[in-house]
Design a protein around this ligand. Structure first.
Ligand code: SF4
Ligand code: SF4
Length: 188
């Protein structure tokens, strides 16, 4: 056992992180940091996307040439849409289940009777608002909805200059991110 211990001490061990001479004098780490800063500085001048001119330039621009970072993950939970049916009407039947499920209390719905010619439902939302500043993008509203009428989409945060602009009304939710309107899914 003693021999094994001695041979163990013969091997020169690397110092733990932060304990080597180079670590203790800091200079190599500072130089590495400066090198990275200079690389990014000239990279920005050469427009290689080291920085993003947001919001003038979209982070997830649909145009490949002007896209700054890449593609959003399709599973990302971003801004909501109210889904339209095949006739262009909101699918929402104003059941209020999403409002009840929302832990942030950021959904406000005021139901009204559906038009008589809408034979497939009794109610629709006269008012449907989501306060995007209070929303925590948990997806519970989408889970609670019995008829696929509300979805969270990968749409990235839209910059605004006032709180009021972050409260989306029914019309805005219906027109928000049209690409996420398809495919139509059947009611649960
Ligand atoms: S994602 Fe969550 S917090 Fe946001 S509206 Fe839906 S239930 Fe509420
Ligand atoms: S979006 Fe869905 S859960 Fe919310 S009120 Fe409309 S139908 Fe009900």
């Amino acid at each position: 056992m003693a021999g094994a211990k001695d041979s163990h001490h013969d091997v020169e061990e690397a110092p733990p992180p932060g304990k080597s001479f180079a670590d203790r004098v800091y200079i190599p780490a500072v130089l590495r940091g400066l090198k990275l800063t200079v690389q990014h500085f000239f990279g920005t001048v050469a427009d290689d996307h080291a920085t993003v001119q947001y919001p003038e330039k979209g982070i997830y621009d649909t145009d490949e040439g002007s896209r700054a970072i890449g593609h959003p993950n399709p599973r990302m939970r971003g801004e909501h849409i109210l889904v339209k049916d095949e006739q262009g009407r909101e699918k929402c039947v104003a059941c209020l289940l999403c409002m009840a499920a929302c832990p942030a209390l950021c959904i406000h719905i005021e139901p009204e009777p559906a038009p008589e010619e809408w034979s497939d439902r009794e109610r629709r939302p006269a008012v449907f608002e989501i306060d995007m500043l209070r929303c925590i993008y948990c997806g519970y509203c989408e889970e609670a909805c019995p008829c696929d009428a509300i979805r969270l989409t990968p749409k990235f945060y839209t910059p605004t200059t006032s709180r009021a602009e972050r409260v989306y009304d029914k019309h805005r939710l219906l027109e928000n991110n049209p690409a996420a309107q398809i495919p139509q899914r059947p009611a649960k």
